[in-house]
Design a protein around this ligand. Sequence first.
Ligand SMILES: NC(=O)c1ccc[n+]([C@@H]2O[C@H](COP(=O)([O-])OP(=O)(O)OC[C@H]3O[C@@H](n4cnc5c(N)ncnc54)[C@H](OP(=O)(O)O)[C@@H]3O)[C@@H](O)[C@H]2O)c1
Length: 371
Amino acid sequence: MKAIVQDGYGSPDVLELREIDIPTPGDDQLLVRVHAAGVDPGVWHLMAGEPYMIRLGMGFRGPKEPVKGMDVAGTVEAVGKDVTGFKPGDEVYGADLGAYAEYACVSAGRCAPKPANLSFEQAAAVPVSGCTALQGLRDKGRLRPGQKVLVIGAGGGVGTFAVQLAAAIGADVTGVCSAAKADLVRSIGASEVIDYAREDFVHGERRYDVILDTAGNRPLTAMRRALTPAGRLVIVGGEGGGRWTGGFLERMARASALSLFAGRKLMGLSAKVNQKDLLILQNLIEAGKVTPIIDRTYPLGEAAAAIRYMHEGRARGKVVITVYGAPRPARSRSLPSRRRSLSERAAGHLPRATASWGVAGWDGAGWAAAG
Ligand SMILES: NC(=O)c1ccc[n+]([C@@H]2O[C@H](COP(=O)([O-])OP(=O)(O)OC[C@H]3O[C@@H](n4cnc5c(N)ncnc54)[C@H](OP(=O)(O)O)[C@@H]3O)[C@@H](O)[C@H]2O)c1
């Protein structure tokens, strides 16, 4: 199969389109024929090996997992022996390492049925950014209907989901973005939009119950002042910190210290893609409450250009890679014997699965519906 591979860390120049073996799914994984894959800053960090602390887990000299990509949407080709709920032919979306390839192994717990009303390209834009926005607003921000929320970086990957999710539960959303993205941010649910080049929003009179910061370039003390007395600042990210820690650890330590002596809480988010939240997003998307915003798509062979464009920070919403795989291989010829037997065993998994999809849903009443 074709895949985007790297041997060492560095700029997008280290990426190569190569022919490699189709991977074999583990017992709890799906082998997915990839139709589309998302691009987000996490992919850039894993490619660059920066901040350096990520090399502790990913490999010191070069990445242990050479195939790039996380967000994926595609068709299940085979399932591991412990997987329930999926069968070959199912259309799914999720996230795991190695998405920039014609086939990828995805843990079943990080996967869910693709929203029926989305194309594969749209679905591939959702997992990392959508789960991050959901977990930031719901779990850390504890955002409630009627509250005021400020989304910084509202026109970006996480921000465009955050604005829509907050509007969907009935919060009053103010988005902070460049002038070029103001119309977009207003159109997806922000009642007010602040152009950060013209207005220093943290020094104004307005106070917010929740601030979701994806840009990471405002002083914590200033953002703290913009919170209501019981307000919550959720630090999602921001680029341009130090090469060793990305500035994240320092910012977390300062946030904890600033939270000690007052009602206002400042905290970091470490989002995780999981099936429960993908199901919630699926329901919201199918209900028309959330729609992925896609700026551009690139073919698999131009993954380096896609990552470069995303890293410039000008994308309106998300960047997606479309994977044009070879025609579906005849299973008996193309799949090794272990995968063939996994594929055959998968037939018994569907009925158990279908019943469970209804459990984690969205009833329109608020985050509580998420359990
Ligand atoms: N904590 C976690 O679990 C987690 C998960 C996912 C992502 N992240 C991190 O979150 C950050 C955002 O991710 P993303 O996918 O949304 O990236 P993105 O698509 O590049 O969006 C970032 C946005 O920030 C905006 N921005 C840049 N400078 C700004 C400023 N001074 N004030 C306000 N906005 C500004 C950019 O647009 P404009 O300037 O043109 O408006 C851009 O839309 C990244 O650092 C990423 O690594 C963290």
